[in-house]
Design a protein around this ligand. Structure first.
Ligand SMILES: [Mg+2]
Length: 343
């Protein structure tokens, strides 16, 4: 097995701002595996919030790729994932890059798309939302309007500022028919969240994601009990082992490959959430198609998709799964995940 990786700094279309800060470029690590003429590609984007950096990923990847070379079997995904975890438990994005590339290689070796290898139903794949980051109200309205014109009927609106009402109202006015979910990225306390949930619910918002800090589980529980909207745990629910802890404090959880460490851990987290009676959203960072494409193959298992990370980029090094009006066309994937390096 030949293994390589490259680090790319990908420019974003518009500066992407959430309650915690602004992203101007996305760090994308692209792993390429080749065995007997078959190539697999996967990606990872480190998040400082979850303890990774470009340097930490670059440091850990050679050791992870050595494991893939040692196992030397594209169909040993479980064994590889277990060994990756033992070697680098605190490097979820690095592990996601490697295990996604291996999953792509395995499905390409079998000449089937990954979702068919797993027997999943592409017909029940939820459409992705398009994220409107924090900006001046007029700019947010402009971005929302453009997204609706581009065919998206679900928007995710980032809030968690001193002036949320003006921002939200501008978006709602620009996109009166869109389904809107709101993500405060830990920007509020419980009282503030309950107050804001009232006018957000009156404006038809679907649910409220991570209104309070991840460490404030009591606050999240209070919001879930008292707010007029369903509540989603994102930063508070990193892996499957967090699900039992948050299960009575939210209505749904966000699963991301870059948080939990790849496809196998994401499957565990999805099923654990289901077993606790929770709904599931599949989310992402601002990422390359190298890491979005594998996530899309899990989307038939979830209720909501927020997999627009590659759509927010001005340039990408990989092609992915075609998106039309927010709907992923999994039938366009001949084999593997659909992530392909652009020549
Ligand atoms: Mg979120």
């Amino acid at each position: 097995m030949d293994t390589t990786f490259h680090h790319h700094e990908l420019p974003v279309e518009d500066p992407f701002t959430i309650a915690r800060g602004t992203t101007g470029t996305a760090d994308a690590f692209v792993v390429r595996l080749e065995r007997e003429g078959v190539v697999g590609v996967g990606g990872g984007t480190p998040s400082a919030y979850y303890g990774e950096s470009p340097d930490s990923v670059a440091d850990v990847l050679p050791g992870l790729l050595a494991i893939v070379e040692d196992v030397d079997d594209p169909h040993a995904g479980q064994r590889v994932a277990d060994r990756l975890f033992q070697r680098a438990p605190d490097a979820p994005a690095a592990r996601a890059a490697v295990s996604s590339a291996l999953a792509d290689l395995a499905a390409r070796d079998l000449e089937v798309p990954l979702y068919r290898q797993w027997g999943l139903d592409p017909e029940v794949t939820p459409s992705t939302s398009y994220t409107v980051g924090i900006a001046e109200p007029g700019e947010m309205a402009h971005r929302a309007e453009a997204a609706v014109e581009a065919g998206f009927d679900h928007l995710k609106v980032k809030l968690g500022t001193d002036d949320d009402r003006a921002r939200f109202d501008a978006v709602r006015e620009a996109a009166p028919d869109a389904e809107i979910r709101v993500d405060a990225n830990e920007g509020w306390d419980a009282d503030e969240a309950i107050e804001k949930a009232e006018w957000l619910a009156a404006a038809g918002v679907e649910f409220l994601e991570q209104p309070v800090p991840a460490s404030d589980l009591d606050g999240l529980r209070t919001v879930a009990a008292e707010a007029s909207l369903p509540v989603c745990a994102d930063e508070a629910c990193v892996t499957a082992s967090d699900v039992p802890r948050v299960a009575d404090a939210c209505d749904l959880v966000t699963v991301k490959l870059m948080k939990c460490g790849g496809l196998q851990p994401a499957l565990e987290q999805i099923h654990t959430a289901r077993a606790h009676g929770l709904e599931v959203m599949l989310g992402c960072m601002v990422e390359s198609n190298a890491s979005i494409a594998p996530a899309v193959h899990l989307a038939p298992l979830v209720d909501y998709a927020d997999l627009d990370g590659a759509l927010l980029l001005a340039e990408d090094v990989c092609d992915g799964i075609p998106v039309q009006d927010g709907a992923f066309d999994l039938s366009a994937v001949a084999s593997g995940t659909g992530a392909r390096l652009v020549d």
